[in-house]
Design a protein around this ligand. Structure first.
Ligand SMILES: *Cc1c(COP(=O)(O)O)cnc(C)c1O
Length: 386
């Protein structure tokens, strides 16, 4: 039997060993690790809401009123007023009849796919879908089909196959709005046309699009005026919204079904009321003029980064989100590049297999509305130098 050490050594020898690092500062453009200050280009807090005063105040007020823990799962006595309020605000934000929040985006993905699909059904996923979507699809017991990233022809042929071979099954197409490790967008209008024509449901994970795209950061479906066409809108409250938790937004019937069947929702203590209150404040903040200004600042910062990296954005490559991958190939190369940046006081994570394909290790740069022009120029100069 292999020892734990055998497994760890194998990971180390392939440059795939991961280690935790502890930061002793809030999530902001400059973070502190072991007494050293680093410029943070790693966070998904794209708007800077993780430290926003309005959210802190909402969390504190909820703690004063409701305490810390929520005491039980949602279906027992763990549904507190902040949870219900958050779900109403989310539904309004997303333009849907209803919404349901989960403890994390991961739990939302696993819970929703498991509730909607079972043996005899078919889930068709983009190759680059997040691990939570893959795990949810696998756990559901449905038949899985994967299409190459953003490949509409393959999506269509999988759908044809599913219609023919599983005529009575439920068919769900799954994609991300903005892909978490590549930063590009799904061709949502085309996907909607195909799924409508061939008769399937569509789940879109807006994790990295909410707060960044669409009116007041409502996401990609909103930006393309396709809100009504996405049957299952998934997202997380933990990225640009700066808090924690996941959600599904859609029809009342969808939410009723999830309340009855989503195991990650039913068999888990509900999120702390302070988290729900802070998330509610985050959405209300996004809907304010100040929210819209901060989102515009993010896009100005992204444009500045693109101006500073003309060779990276050559050949018509455009910034599509707050995530900019710099693909280096082998894990060792990505690790070495991240190391060199750290020596210059900049933190950009090296992303390796199995998060990305074996030969596509990369630096994953994320930009925030809170970065200064100077900080972005410093990053660009360092990237050019290495
Ligand atoms: C982060 C992420 C999730 C999971 O959300 P958490 O709230 O962090 O659990 C799901 N999907 C995508 C695309 C993500 O990037």
């Amino acid at each position: 039997m292999a020892t734990f050490d055998d497994d760890l050594s194998e990971l180390r020898s392939r440059s795939l060993l991961r280690k935790l690092r502890t930061f002793d500062s809030p999530q902001q453009p400059e973070i502190e690790q072991a007494g050293k200050s680093l410029l943070n280009f790693a966070s998904n807090d794209y708007i800077g809401l993780a430290t926003e005063p309005a959210l802190r105040e909402a969390a504190k007020a909820a703690i004063d009123r409701y305490g810390v823990g929520s005491g039980a799962s949602r279906l027992i006595c763990g549904t507190l007023a902040p949870h219900t309020k958050l779900e109403e605000t989310l539904a309004k934000f997303k333009g849907t009849e209803a919404a349901l929040c989960f403890s994390s985006g991961y739990a939302a993905a696993v819970g929703a796919l498991g509730a909607l699909c079972r043996e005899g059904d078919v889930i068709i996923l983009d190759k680059l879908c997040h691990a939570s979507l893959i795990d949810g699809a696998r756990l559901s017991g449905a038949t899985l089909r994967v299409f190459p990233h953003n490949h509409l022809g393959k999506l269509e042929s999988h759908l044809d196959w599913a219609r023919t071979n599983h005529p009575d099954g439920r068919i769900v197409v799954v994609t991300e709005a903005v892909f978490s490790m590549d930063g590009d967008r799904a061709p949502l209008a085309e996907i909607v046309e195909i799924k409508n024509r061939l008769g399937a449901l569509l789940l879109v994970d807006e994790a990295h699009a909410v707060g960044v795209l669409g009116r007041n950061g409502r996401g990609l479906a909103d930006a393309l005026q396709l809100e009504g066409e996405v049957d299952i809108q998934m997202g997380t409250l933990s990225k640009a919204l700066g808090v924690a938790g996941g959600y599904i937004a859609g029809s009342r019937r969808l939410v009723d079904l999830l309340v009855n069947r989503a195991r990650s929702f039913i068999y888990s203590t509900s999120p702390p009321p302070a988290i729900a209150a802070a998330a509610n404040a985050a959405i209300e903040w996004m809907l304010s003029d100040e929210g819209e200004r901060r989102r515009e600042q993010l896009w100005k910062n992204l444009a500045h980064f693109a101006d500073e990296m003309p060779q990276h954005f050559a050949e018509g490559r455009k910034i599509q989100s707050a995530i900019i991958p710099i693909i280096l190939g082998e894990s060792e190369r990505a690790l070495a590049a991240a190391e060199q940046l750290a020596e210059r006081g900049i933190y950009v994570p090296a992303i390796r297999y199995p998060t990305v394909p074996r030969d596509a290790a990369r630096l994953r740069v994320t930009i925030s509305a809170r970065h200064t022009t100077q900080q972005i120029s410093t990053l660009a100069a360092a990237l050019r130098a290495i």
